[in-house]
Design a protein around this ligand. Structure first.
Ligand code: PLP
Length: 462
């Protein structure tokens, strides 16, 4: 898998031209508007295994796994075959009036893999639409129950749930909300749960108590009769791979149950093997949510697809209310047969290659190498879980600190490693097929990058 794959097609415009056209015509997510058309990006050409190649033929280890999603790695012939076969069999059929073999098989499979009585699946186009579906389902349910006031949503600072209006509204990343409107009446954000942020002298257990109390207090303040759902990522990924304190998930889940508040577990990142299990909610954190949202690793990024998995309990509540009503939610591409065929093949590969077991086996090495980065004074915290990792850096002044993610990214890229910079942090979630030796390759480069950035900062300060 270390050979550069052959580029197909002839007479491509050259790289500089393509990048020019990119700047002229393509709006990238989170593009910097103050630098419109000055935007620099990489023209990615091809990929195999855990590596990608840019248009100049330079190879990079894919540290972020695309965007937390390339579980089985790139260049899988079986995926190409499954996708192409489905395209030729039937590429599209309206989900409003029909089912296809792949959509039925996938929903049945997801019901088997999901915990407890989560047996009902609405297929969506990605993570944001899965989150939207979960939240709208809560609204629909409580309207039908005759509880029109019970629709407030509790979410958390630093949580990320997507880019549709409602998913954006429950997102707790302050910077992402600048200049966009979002729903304020419906959403209440709880303070940051990151144990790294706890005051000096406070134990992790005390921090956990405080975070659970934040939820209890909010329920008391808003009134349980007004709250429809609590939405939470098991590990807050884009917020900087924040792993809440042990016991937090179970205690917050219990509070929701006691107060008739639906618990929505957003497993868009943590699902499909990232923590060594199909879903983390039950297997890692011991809770059986009312709804699970997933996407990304569901197809390993080969095609867009998401899912909102809903419990029998919720479905029965919604359907046993007598009055006729249609559940007017869904998409032209719900249950897209080609995406579903890709998801089924992806799940088959994860099963056949024992990738969940593989992740559980290599996680200790990944986490050891990650935590060893704390030896650099620049690194304030090195944290993670499964094949998720983050280093949070610190510097003398805020301006320097805010540039650290970017600096580490540049140094890593130079040496053939991609990471994802987030202000003063760098995060990684490599493909699940990564080997022990490739984990070493990744962290060896990171260590060198940290040495370079440390030396640069010292030089600048002198
Ligand atoms: C936890 C979580 N939820 C939802 C989303 C939104 O998914 P999408 O970008 O597929 O709409 C993301 C995307 O990063 C995510 O990390």
């Amino acid at each position: 898998m270390n050979q550069i794959p052959k580029t197909t097609g002839k007479n491509h415009p050259d790289t500089a031209t393509l990048l020019d056209w990119d700047r002229m015509h393509q709006i990238h997510p989170w593009a910097a508007m103050d630098n419109w058309r000055g935007y620099e990006t990489m023209l990615v050409d091809s990929a195999a295994g855990i590596y990608i190649w840019d248009a100049a033929g330079k190879r990079y280890l894919d540290g972020p796994g695309g965007m937390w999603c390339t579980q089985i790695g790139y260049g899988r012939q079986e995926m190409a075959d499954a996708i192409s076969a489905q395209v030729m069999k039937i590429p599209y059929s309206s989900p409003f009036s029909s089912a296809t073999q792949p959509s039925v098989l996938l929903c049945k499979k997801l019901a088997e893999l999901a915990p407890g009585d989560l047996n009902n699946v609405l297929l969506t186009t990605g993570g944001s639409t899965a989150v939207d579906t979960a939240l709208r389902t809560m609204q629909y349910l409580n309207n039908r129950r005759g509880l029109p006031n019970k629709k407030l949503i509790i979410a958390r600072e630093k949580g990320y749930h997507g880019s549709t209006y409602l998913a954006h509204s429950v997102t707790g990343k302050e910077r992402d909300k600048s200049h966009f409107d979002f729903e304020t009446r419906l959403v209440h954000l709880l303070p940051d749960v990151n144990p790294y942020g706890r005051p000096d002298g406070m134990s992790v257990d005390e921090w956990c108590d405080e975070k659970v109390t934040d939820l209890a207090r909010t329920i008391a303040k808003l009134g349980a009769e007004n709250i429809g759902a609590f939405i939470a990522e098991p590990v807050l990924a884009s917020g900087g791979v924040i792993v809440p304190a042990p016991g937090y998930h179970k205690r917050t889940f219990d509070l929701c149950r006691e107060n008739d508040i639906l618990y929505i577990s957003d497993e868009v990142v943590t699902g499909f093997g990232r923590l060594g299990h199909w879903f983390a909610s039950s297997d890692v954190f011991g809770i059986e949510p009312d709804m699970i949202t997933c996407a990304k690793g569901l197809t390993s990024g080969y095609l867009p697809l998401g899912a909102c998995i809903i419990s029998d309990r919720v479905m029965e509540q919604m359907s046993n209310l007598g009055s006729p009503s249609s559940y007017a939610n869904g998409y032209t591409y719900s249950g897209h047969p080609v995406s579903c065929a890709a998801a089924l093949k992806n799940i088959e590969i994860i099963e056949n290659e024992g990738l969940l077991q593989h992740v559980r086996k290599i996680t200790p090495h990944f986490q050891d190498r990650l935590r060893a980065l704390k030896k650099f004074p620049l690194v304030g915290d090195a944290r993670g879980m499964g094949l998720l990792g983050c280093i949070e850096c610190r510097a003398e002044n805020l301006e320097a600190e805010r540039s650290l993610g970017e600096r580490i990214d540049v140094a890593c890229e130079e040496m053939g490693l991609l990471v994802r910079p987030l202000i003063n942090m760098a995060v990684f979630s490599p493909p699940l097929i990564i080997t022990h030796a490739q984990i070493d390759e990744m962290f060896d480069i990171l260590e060198k990058a940290l040495e370079i950035v440390t030396a640069d900062l010292a030089r600048e300060a002198a």
